[in-house]
Ligand binder design. Structure first.
Ligand code: ADP
Ligand code: MG
Length: 239
């Protein structure tokens, strides 16, 4: 079910402003890859291009070795979880989670089965008939994650999914995401500006700066051997 991602010379310009300046990156099947970097360095733009929510100006986005630049977002087998949960307020948890499957023409039985599995994984079984306004922030974010899981994507993209949660919930949800990664064996690309999240979740950390990759490596590689003071400022050990 999980897929490999490859970016080849991916660049993005808005008008004449180039915000992503040629990114080459491989994320292996089942790998947890974390993007870190200062605000405005292009983390969200990069994720949005992978998801197909933003056109790629030049370069290739490859999923399992197939170029997907021209594949519609809904057909990419990629699910994205945003910082703001973007749930439909008038729909129940069940219908929020099942909507994409319904739109894809899945049978009611298949949809219910998928929702049962995902809600069980996320401890949402008792909340399926509630609407988003009747949930806590952490529960809403779990629904957003559940909505991604039911699609059984090859790749999960998370854009700062915990930044709207308070500190305790952030830790709990982070642990939950780590557990999901283990249980699903899924490939995940995760954006954060939180060093602890990056260090604890990542198999591989990608440090971005001004639309370019500054350094890529396992957390302890970057921590012990940051390429420069910029990387050290994000990940490195205090020296
Ligand atoms: P990050 O997520 O790392 O904070 P973004 O990917 O949101 O960064 O933004 C990268 C750069 O691209 C920023 O300078 C931002 O202002 C610019 N940008 C993002 N989206 C657009 C857009 N739709 N039009 C013009 N500029 C944009
Ligand atoms: Mg962003």
């Amino acid at each position: 079910m999980s897929g490999s991602l490859e970016l080849r010379g991916v660049a993005k310009a808005f008008g004449k402003t180039e915000v992503i300046k040629g990114v080459d990156l491989s994320v292996d099947e089942g790998e947890f890859c974390v993007f870190v970097g200062p605000s405005g360095c292009g983390k969200s733009t990069l994720l949005r291009m992978i998801a197909g929510l933003e056109d790629v100006t030049t370069g290739d986005v490859m999923l399992d070795g197939v170029r997907i630049n021209d594949v519609a977002p809904a057909k990419r087998e990629i699910a994205m979880v945003f910082q703001t949960y973007a749930l439909y307020p008038h729909l129940t948890v069940r219908d929020n989670m099942g909507l994409a499957l319904k739109q894809a023409g899945e049978s009611r039985a298949r949809i219910d089965q998928s929702i049962a599995v995902a809600s069980n994984m996320l401890a949402l079984g008792d909340y399926l008939e509630r609407r988003p306004a009747e949930l806590s922030g952490g529960q809403r974010q779990r629904v957003a994650i559940g909505r991604a899981i039911v699609r059984t994507p090859k790749l999960f993209l998370f854009d700062e999914p915990l930044s709207n949660l308070d500190a305790a919930l952030r830790v709990a949800t982070r642990i939950e995401i780590a557990r999901l990664h283990r249980e699903l064996g899924a490939t995940m690309v995760y954006v954060t500006h939180d060093q602890i999240e990056a260090m604890t979740l990542a198999d591989k950390i990608v440090v971005l700066r001004g639309g370019r990759i500054e350094q890529v490596g396992a957390p302890m590689e970057l921590y012990n051997n940051p390429a420069n003071t910029f990387v050290a400022g994000f990940i490195g050990s205090p020296q």
